[in-house]
Design a protein around this ligand. Structure first.
Ligand code: FE2
Ligand code: FE2
Length: 182
């Protein structure tokens, strides 16, 4: 048995566990961004800002690949009538695309502020930071409350076995993951 096969047996809900773990990481990122937004009139904390720039550029994209590459395609096949209808799935896709753009734009502005040691325009940077973390928190809270419980009840053991955290990590590294948007 392969290493990933063993993991799937030990962790039948690896996909959802991984999504919950990434939600927690993103919530921590949102908390750090709020801390930066609260102190924008002061010089930036370079470690806090630099870490946040890296995470903004990597974590959101990675999470969207996980959800749009694995979770939503399989969940959509298992839904019953009236559950997550097309309009709602379209809204999720739009939120993902908006959050990804916001993450990159916010990272760029934060990086510019880092080069100066402080925000050139605190009001604008504050607006961007709030825009990102408020949208992201709302989206994550909704997925935690609605989507993950639904996935837990609708996905089969075979669906869970089809996902391997190890293979997901490898596909990110090698760039071999192919997926279609929702
Ligand atoms: Fe999402
Ligand atoms: Fe999510």
């Amino acid at each position: 048995m392969t290493e990933s096969g063993k993991q799937d047996e030990l962790e039948p809900e690896g996909l959802l566990a991984q999504i919950e773990k990434e939600h927690l990481q993103e919530q921590n990122l949102c908390d750090r961004l709020e801390q930066i937004a609260d102190d924008l009139l002061e010089p930036l904390d370079p470690v806090l800002a630099r870490t946040s720039v890296v995470e903004l550029r990597q974590c959101v994209r990675r999470h969207l690949v996980l959800e749009e590459g694995y979770l939503y395609p399989v969940l959509t096949k298992r839904l019953r009538r009236g559950e997550l209808e097309t309009d709602l799935l379209n809204q999720i896709r739009e939120e993902h695309a908006n959050d990804e753009c916001l993450a990159y734009d916010t990272a760029d502005q934060l990086e510019r502020a880092l080069e100066r040691g402080r925000a050139e325009n605190p009001e604008m940077l504050g607006y961007m930071l709030h825009g990102f973390f408020e949208c992201r928190r709302r989206h994550i809270a909704w997925e935690d409350a609605v989507v993950l419980p639904l996935a837990r009840s609708r996905l089969s053991a075979k669906d869970f076995r089809a996902f391997s955290v190890v293979e997901f990590e490898q596909s990110l590294t090698t760039g071999t993951l192919t997926f279609t948007r929702l």
